[in-house]
Write a protein that binds this ligand. Structure first.
Ligand SMILES: NC(=O)c1ccc[n+]([C@@H]2O[C@H](COP(=O)([O-])OP(=O)(O)OC[C@H]3O[C@@H](n4cnc5c(N)ncnc54)[C@H](O)[C@@H]3O)[C@@H](O)[C@H]2O)c1
Ligand SMILES: O=CCCC(=O)O
Length: 496
């Protein structure tokens, strides 16, 4: 059935749909007056437009953030905690509108969008609690008469660049700790999904976030020049980026001239391993959750599913059976379990990986093509057996709804295969053997391990990768460290 914007529920609070950028507490357009259109990935219809900002607009936003930093850094941690708490409460009160915006511009089913709002709001709640706990240390000195302490200070103005796959949560996971620490921020919202971020700005204003502390710039075609300004502008002291590894490498180069503090949450290629001794039904459920969340468009999605020989067929049958029950459609339709991909480029990439696997001898037992009758961004939930390691699906992040099932023999073999990747974000495995659990968890070259679970993300857990998945941790007690500098203070000449 063809989709249309008629299926989009009206917002309860229409003022949450903003078509301007947010700078110094005001809604503004680009100085050039140019805009870009944002489309619903399900219907391809236009949702609205946003300012196509340039370097000039960004420089202004950075200046306002810099001015605001002078007073915001002097607020007490308790004041900042209360602001974040109020912002959290407003997100909860407006959860249904925020979810509507997420589904509209990102395409994920409404139930998932509601889940994302809760997840996103919880980062503000978490960091409202962390703000008053940015402790320093007292360090015994090696020099007689000296005393050493450390204090933690906000790094300054931060440039935050976020992706489209979690239009709310990737923003709050950065803004929460930044503001908790006393930093001010310029967020570059993704061109595909700016409206959720802008709605957060509206709620932030209502929460009393002071002017200039939280700014959002929007752009589409101008993204490279806007990114360059954020990276090269000496007033920005930190860049936190979530997105692909190639863009991360570019940003790192661009930041080298001003040696900024960096946090990079980049691409993954998560192994998901099921050992013979696992509970197969639970492993199937875990694999479904890890693979098909957001139609496979998360950085921690299972990308390579390794099943031990003895249970391969049983696992594949049960897995395919569950996938066959998915209901793929526009995210606002009742009963939809999976929505469209973000755009045609994503669909082409996914299909290329399927064709590559097919050409190299794999069996596509389900999906493997676009879904007739829905828009061009709807790709069938795909299950492929007989995967081999020379296939693209083994070597690269798919970021789409393709589950490739690989067969393996031994623990040593699968750990080696799992680690044959330049990236290392998440890894999962199912087993009941305690010795194996410790061995494999310690051997996997990733930043996050899920044992007997397919979901690892929550505000209390440190999120981040190793190798070319980047560095730095978000969420958890460590998240705020990314936005503070340690200052050491030595008192000398103290008489005992
Ligand atoms: N590790 C994580 O926490 C995490 C989370 C979500 C997504 N990701 C990764 O992000 C990728 C998918 O997202 P994507 O396709 O939007 O990635 P992307 O790198 O193309 O874009 C991410 C963000 O960077 C911006 N961007 C793109 N080019 C830029 C440039 N030259 N200068 C400045 N900004 C630029 C985009 O507009 C967007 O806001 C996947 O690789 C995924 O694994 C990682
Ligand atoms: O896609 C990246 C973020 C996913 C998550 O936070 O679980």
């Amino acid at each position: 059935m063809p989709l249309s914007t008629h299926s989009v529920p009206p917002l309860k609070d229409k003022s949450l749909l903003r078509e301007e950028a947010f700078v110094n507490g005001k809604w503004v357009g680009a100085k050039s007056g140019k805009t870009f259109d944002v489309h619903d990935p399900a219907s391809n219809e236009k949702i609205g437009s946003c300012p196509e900002m340039t370097r000039e607009d960004v420089v202004l936003a950075i200046q306002h953030a810099h001015t605001a930093f002078k007073s915001f850094k002097a607020t007490t941690a308790r004041e900042r905690s209360r602001l974040l708490r109020r912002w959290y409460e407003l997100m909860v009160e407006n959860a249904s509108d925020l979810a509507t915006l997420i589904t509209w511009e990102n395409g994920k089913p409404l139930a998932d969008a509601k889940g994302e709002v809760t997840y996103a709001a919880n980062f503000f709640e978490w960091f409202s609690e962390e703000a008053p706990r940015t402790y320093g240390d007292h360090i015994p000195s090696s020099t007689a008469g000296n005393r050493i302490i450390t204090i933690r200070q906000p790094v300054g103005v931060c440039g935050l660049i976020t992706p489209w796959n979690f239009p709310a949560a990737m923003v709050t996971r950065k803004v929460g700790p930044a503001l908790a620490a006393g930093c001010t921020v310029v967020v570059k919202a993704p061109g595909e999904t700016p409206f959720t971020a802008l709605a957060l700005a509206e709620l932030g204003k209502r929460a009393g976030i002071p002017d200039g502390v939280f700014n959002i710039v929007t752009c589409h075609d101008n993204t490279p020049e806007v990114g360059k300004e954020l990276c090269e502008n000496p007033t920005i002291k930190k860049i936190s980026f979530t997105g692909s590894t190639p863009v991360g490498k570019l940003l790192m180069q661009q930041c080298s001239g001003t040696l900024k503090k960096l946090s990079f949450e980049l691409g993954g290629n998560a192994p998901f391993i099921v050992f013979d001794d696992a509970d197969v039904d639970k492993a199937v459920d875990g694999a479904i959750a890890a693979k098909f969340r957001s139609s496979g468009q998360t950085c921690v999605c299972a990308n390579r599913i390794y099943i031990q020989k003895g249970i391969y067929q049983a696992f594949a049958d049960k897995f395919a059976d569950k996938v066959s029950n998915f209901k793929v459609n526009g995210g606002f339709f009742e009963g939809t379990t999976h929505g469209p991909l973000i755009h045609k480029k994503a669909v082409s990439k996914v299909h290329d990986y399927v064709e590559d696997a097919r050409a190299k001898g794999a069996n596509v037992i389900m999906g493997g093509q676009c879904i007739d009758g829905l828009g061009p961004n709807f790709y069938g939930m795909t299950v492929i057996t007989g995967m081999k390691k020379d296939m693209k699906l083994h070597q690269e992040e798919t970021f789409g709804p393709i589950a490739g099932l690989f067969e393996f023999d031994t623990e040593a073999e699968v750990v080696e295969l799992a680690n044959q990747s330049e990236v290392g974000l998440a890894g999962y495995f199912y087993s009941k053997d305690v010795d194996r659990i410790w061995r494999v968890a310690e051997a996997l070259e990733v930043g996050m391990v899920g044992i007997n679970t397919g979901l690892v993300s929550e505000p209390a857990a440190p999120f981040g990768g190793v190798k070319q998945s980047g560095f730095g941790r978000e969420g958890s007690k460590y998240g705020i460290d990314e936005y503070t500098n340690i200052k050491m203070i030595t008192f000398g000449g103290i008489k005992a």
